[in-house]
Design a protein around this ligand. Structure first.
Ligand code: AP5
Length: 229
C-alpha cells in the first residue's frame, strides 16, 4: 500500500451526516468515497441468495455479516481511482471489522460525527434519497430546488426502506453496542477526531477540515500552476 495513501473512516450515529460529509470531503481532497451501506444496498438488489439475505438483514436495521462488508471494502480499495486514498462511510462498525481494516490499510484518521439519538430520529424521518445517484436531501435542512426531484440528475427522491421507526431503533442500539467500542479503539490509537454534528452542514465540514489539519497535519494538496514562458 502506498505510504501516502489517505484513508479516512467516517463514523457516527445514524443520520449524523456521514454520507453528507463524505460528499464534501471527496470534493475537498479529490479522493473517492465509498459508502458501505450504499454498496450493500446494490448487493441487496441482486436476485441471488446473498442478495436476498442482505436485503432481509438491512430491512431490520441489523449489521450484515462481515464477509460481505469487508469483502466490498477490500475490493473498493483496489480500484484505480483509489490510488491516492479513500473515504469510507460507515465502516468499521464493530471490532472485527476494525481489525480487518487495520490489517489491510491503517486509517489515517477516524472522523466521528456526534449527535444525540433524538436528533438522529428527527433527521431520518425527514431524509429523502435520490433513487438514481443516492444523493441525500432533507425536507427541512437540505431541500432540493424542485420538490421530489434530485438537483444533480433529475432522479426521483424517496424515503429509504430502513428509515422507519423500528429499524431506526435497532440501528441506534447496534451503534451504541458494537460501534462505540470501535471509537474507543481509535481514541486509544490516537486516530480519533471528534466533531460536533449538531450544527449547519457547512460548519461541520469546516470543523473536519480544520481538525484534520490541526490534529493530523493532513491538508489538501494545492495544485501548482506552471508559469507561461
Ligand atoms: P448506512 O447506509 O451507512 O446507514 P447509517 O449508518 O444508518 O447512516 P445513515 O445513512 O442513516 O446516516 P448518515 O450518517 O450517512 O447521514 P446522512 O448524511 O444521510 O447503512 C445502512 C445499513 O447497511 C445498516 O443498517 C446495515 O444493515 C448495513 N451496513 C452498512 N455498513 C455496514 C457495515 N460496516 N457492516 C455491516 N452492515 C453494514 O444525513 C441524514 C439526514 O440528515 C439527511 O437528510 C441529511 O440531509 C441531514 N443532515 C446531514 N447533516 C446535517 C446537519 N449538519 N444538520 C441538519 N441536517 C443534516
Amino acid at each position: 500500500m502506498n505510504p501516502k495513501f489517505m484513508l479516512f473512516v467516517l463514523l457516527g450515529p445514524q443520520g449524523s451526516g456521514k454520507g453528507t460529509q463524505a460528499e464534501y470531503l471527496e470534493d475537498h481532497f479529490s479522493i473517492p468515497t465509498f459508502s458501505v451501506g450504499a454498496g450493500l444496498r446494490e448487493e441487496a438488489k441482486k436476485k441471488t441468495r446473498a442478495g436476498k439475505e442482505i436485503r432481509a438483514i438491512m430491512a431490520k436495521g441489523m449489521l450484515v455479516p462481515n464477509e460481505y462488508s469487508v469483502g466490498l471494502v477490500k475490493k473498493r480499495m483496489k480500484a484505480k481511482d483509489a490510488k491516492r486514498g479513500l473515504i469510507i462511510d460507515g465502516f468499521p462498525r464493530d471490532l472485527d471489522q476494525a481489525k480487518a481494516l487495520e490489517a489491510v490499510a491503517p486509517a489515517s484518521a477516524a472522523i466521528i460525527i456526534e449527535i444525540r439519538d433524538k436528533e438522529s430520529i428527527e433527521r431520518l424521518a425527514n431524509r429523502l434519497v435520490c433513487e438514481t445517484c443516492g444523493m441525500n436531501y432533507n425536507t427541512k435542512t437540505r431541500k432540493p430546488v424542485v420538490k421530489g426531484i434530485c438537483d444533480k440528475d433529475g432522479g426521483k427522491l424517496k424515503h429509504r426502506a430502513d428509515d422507519e421507526p423500528l429499524a431506526i431503533k435497532k440501528r441506534l442500539e447496534i451503534y451504541h453496542k458494537e460501534t462505540e467500542p470501535v471509537i474507543a479503539l481509535y481514541k486509544k490509537m490516537k486516530k480519533a477526531l471528534f466533531i460536533e454534528g449538531e450544527q449547519p452542514i457547512i460548519e461541520v465540514h469546516e470543523d473536519i477540515v480544520a481538525g484534520l489539519k490541526e490534529q493530523f497535519a493532513i491538508e489538501k494538496v494545492r495544485k501548482t500552476t506552471k508559469k507561461k514562458k
